[in-house]
Design a protein around this ligand. Structure first.
Ligand code: URA
Length: 226
């Protein structure tokens, strides 16, 4: 059996993208490998994406600001840290992003939800908008969720949408499952300062704009469509 210890080391390709954080926790890597496997069922794929999203959410929310709140324990009063302000909005890029929402809501049940509906024009490979519904910014951290950062065009478009709706740039995080260098270059040509979290930086895009080795069409695998 091949030794996978390199998984915990920094892949030199990641150094090109200072805003990319590849989360190499063994649980995340293990679950992602099962998601990639073509024989994994729809129900298992959905469950694994849920579990990975929860684990990734723990890292993504690491810099949520805290404030002190006076509470009384059974023994005495204390100033206890609680999350400050309006907390979090989770914005899924339809449709595969929906599979990442519940894991984040398990962590932050009070999070507001938004949706950005985009489809990829088969000719131009560019995103076309068909639905935008967003919570008010109100100082929230906005987590954009889309498992596959492939061409990068949808990711850039989604950040454009948030900025147009007055979400401050510094409040935006992008949560992918698998990214690819071509997509990261497109994203960073526009938003090098927006943090991107992923579980893997894969090899390349093929001629149909699929990530290789990837996991196939995330939406089809999540919803059992073809
Ligand atoms: N979208 C997917 O679902 N899979 C890919 O490989 C690329 C884009």
């Amino acid at each position: 059996m091949a030794n996978a210890s390199a998984q915990s080391e920094t892949d030199p390709r990641e150094l090109e993208f200072p805003n990319l954080r590849v989360l190499k926790h063994p649980l995340i890597q293990h679950k992602l490998s099962h998601m990639r496997d073509a024989v994994t069922s729809t129900v298992r794929f959905r469950q694994l994406l849920h579990e990975i999203s929860l684990l990734m959410g723990y890292e993504i929310t690491r810099d949520l600001p805290l404030t002190l709140e006076r509470i009384t324990t059974p023994l005495e009063d204390m100033d206890a840290p609680v999350i400050a302000g309006k907390k979090v909005a989770v914005v899924s890029i339809l449709r595969a992003g929906l599979g990442m929402v519940e894991g984040l809501l398990d962590l932050v049940p009070s999070a507001r939800q938004g949706h950005i509906g985009l489809y990829r024009d088969p000719e131009t490979k560019k995103p076309v908008e068909y639905l935008i519904r967003l919570p008010t910014p109100g100082g929230r951290m906005f987590i954009l969720a889309d498992p596959m950062l492939a061409t990068g065009n949808s990711a850039v478009h989604a950040v454009d949408v948030l900025l147009k709706n007055n979400v401050p740039r510094e409040n935006i995080r992008f949560m992918a499952l698998v990214a690819v260098p071509e997509g990261m270059r497109v994203f960073n040509a526009n938003y090098p300062d927006v943090p991107v979290y992923a579980a893997a930086l894969d090899s390349h895009l093929n001629e149909h704009a699929y990530i290789v080795p990837g996991l196939g069409d995330a939406g089809d695998r999540l919803f059992g469509t073809k």
